[in-house]
Design a protein around this ligand. Structure first.
Ligand code: ZN
Length: 545
């Protein structure tokens, strides 16, 4: 506890002074007394951390990728509680809050955790876990019992989380494992095994023989301890983890005959699913063996509907102020072009729809990358569109392309990301942006994982409309790690309208006509995406009801 230590240091200092000055024995005795009491208090601290009504806990990322943060903690009864809102902010976790129902939902990769005020039952994926006490709502925030929360969270978050009680710090380091957790879910017709991974694997040998199912993950680095300490259930009697030189083999010993089994990996969340069907379901009503209480499901669907109403568009004109962005063949600034396109797009949306539209900047000012998505989230944005112009050392490079957030899969996509990310050289606190290494990247992309499919689909629509409106070279949709898209809790894309390093394209970008065409193309894309998603969402909810 630093405040105790500090006062203690002051005391020692005073005491030295006093002993030098023996003319004031009374003061000396008094200070010695205070010193003893403080020493006693510090010793007590070593056993139990005293917590005042509210104080903060440091969340540190010693090797990145996020900046260190403070999270509030408070005591209520015998338990310590952690502020879920500030914890989610610190880790860049996508949350969905329904104040009317007293619920906060975290999305971590493919797993949703739902906390409900005055309720000790927490929904984690398809399981319900009981906390030692209820989640509380106080000071406009959700609070969960600290230890239970960390236990649950550590099991699903793809990083190493270590809580140092003595320094009151949570250290978060990218996991050295890419296969980090397993869970067993009982379904009406069998068992579903879910394995959390952070990359796509070449899965081979899903062989079932003599009540044993073995799968081999080539090149996997497995958190063996986590796998071996997770209790097996359902059709699984035992799990054997074998680490081979080039692969990891998981063997599930089964306690019953399996009628059918499937192994597949989700391309967006990287989760490996293994379904073991043990009985045929005769009537349809039986097949819903989801453990979620019915009310939760209904709530959840309602929330999903609300969430999908695309009613607020965030337009992000890249760069600005001291950061000109790319500079054209004859000196045209990227920041000027994209601001003009953004204003045109805003005008179109306002004129044609009743959607809310916000710009991250509407004049020539510099805005740090991080603040752009933060602003978008705070504004309640449902789509994030970052506008940019490209530049290349190859003067002939030309055409438009659209990106979404995922590790770059080729050199040229990586180059565009590096170019756009280089903006951070203009930012004062540069150290908060660590290199987007593969490990760091995984943490950053967690919040976007849920939106990867939508973002990709929006990107494809934008490419299509740009082709129709501008008749320029379509370079296609690509993925890369853009800082500006990190942390957006909504589908997010980055549009490169063309190469201003190319003389012909620079000339185009100088004209009002071309800028208007680009604005119109993006506007049409938003409308089409909105129609498509709302149709999809309506279809899902009516099918599930
Ligand atoms: Zn740019």
């Amino acid at each position: 506890m630093c405040y105790n230590k500090n006062s203690c240091r002051e005391t020692i200092y005073c005491q030295d002074e006093v002993s030098r000055n023996a003319r004031e024995p009374l003061l000396s005795v008094l200070i010695r007394y205070i010193y003893l009491i403080l020493t006693g208090l510090i010793l007590l601290c070593a056993y139990d951390i005293p917590v005042r009504a509210e104080q903060s806990l440091a969340v540190k990322f010693p090797v990145g990728p996020l900046p260190d943060a403070q999270v509030n903690v408070r005591q209520s009864g015998d338990l310590l509680y952690i502020d879920l809102n500030s914890f989610a902010d610190a880790l860049n976790i996508h949350t969905y809050i329904n104040n009317a129902k007293g619920k906060i939902q975290f999305t971590v990769g493919a797993i949703r955790i739902i906390f409900t005020t005055d309720n000790a039952f927490v929904v984690v994926g398809s399981e319900v876990i009981q906390f030692p006490a209820e989640v509380i709502w106080a000071s406009e925030r959700f609070w969960a019992p600290l230890d239970a929360f960390l236990n649950t969270f550590t099991g699903i978050y793809p990083a190493e989380i270590e809580f140092e009680r003595y320094s009151w710090t949570i250290n978060i380091r990218p996991s050295k494992f890419d296969t980090y957790a397993i869970e067993y879910n009982l379904k009406g017709n069998g068992t579903l095994i879910r394995i959390s991974c952070s990359k796509l694997f070449d899965i081979s040998g899903a062989a079932l023989r003599n009540k044993r199912l073995s799968i081999t993950l080539l090149g996997a680095k497995i958190n063996r301890k986590a796998f071996e300490s997770t209790p097996v259930s359902g059709a699984v009697k035992k799990l054997i983890v074998e680490e081979l030189p080039e692969a990891v083999q998981l063997t599930f010993k089964l306690n019953t005959n399996i009628l059918e089994h499937t192994v597949w990996q989700d391309e967006n969340t990287y989760q490996i699913n293994i379904s073991l069907i043990t009985k045929r379901i005769s009537s349809e009503s039986d097949s819903e063996a989801i453990i979620l209480p019915n009310e939760e499901i209904a709530d959840f669907l309602e929330d999903e509907q609300e969430k999908w109403k695309i009613d607020c568009i965030v337009i992000d004109p890249g760069h600005g102020g001291k950061d000109p962005g790319a500079i054209g063949a004859t000196g045209l600034y990227e920041k000027t072009v994209v601001l003009d396109i953004a204003l045109r797009l805003q005008k179109l949306i306002k004129k044609e729809t009743d959607l809310k539209v916000v710009l991250t900047r509407d004049d020539d000012t510099f805005i740090p990358l991080k603040n752009r998505t933060k602003f978008a989230n705070q504004a309640g944005g449902k789509l994030f569109i970052s506008l940019h112009c490209n530049s290349s050392k190859y003067k002939s490079a030309h055409g438009f392309e659209t990106f979404f957030l995922k590790p770059a899969r080729n050199e040229s996509a990586m180059e565009v990301a590096l170019l756009e990310n280089s903006v951070i050289k203009y930012e004062e606190s540069r150290s908060q942006y660590q290199d987007l290494t593969e490990e760091n990247y995984i943490l950053l992309a967690m919040a976007q994982a849920e939106f990867a499919r939508e973002s990709e689909s929006l990107a494809a629509i934008v490419q299509n409309k740009l082709k129709i409106h501008t008749q320029q070279n379509d370079r296609g949709v690509d993925q890369a790690g853009f800082y500006v898209l990190v942390g957006a809790s909504m589908p997010a894309i980055l549009v490169e309208t063309g190469f201003i390093s190319n003389k012909r394209e620079e000339k185009l970008h100088k004209t009002k006509k071309f800028r208007q065409k680009v604005a119109q193309a993006v506007f049409d894309s938003i409308m089409e995406f909105k129609r498509q998603e709302e149709r999809k969402s309506a279809a899902t909810s009516s099918a599930q009801r």
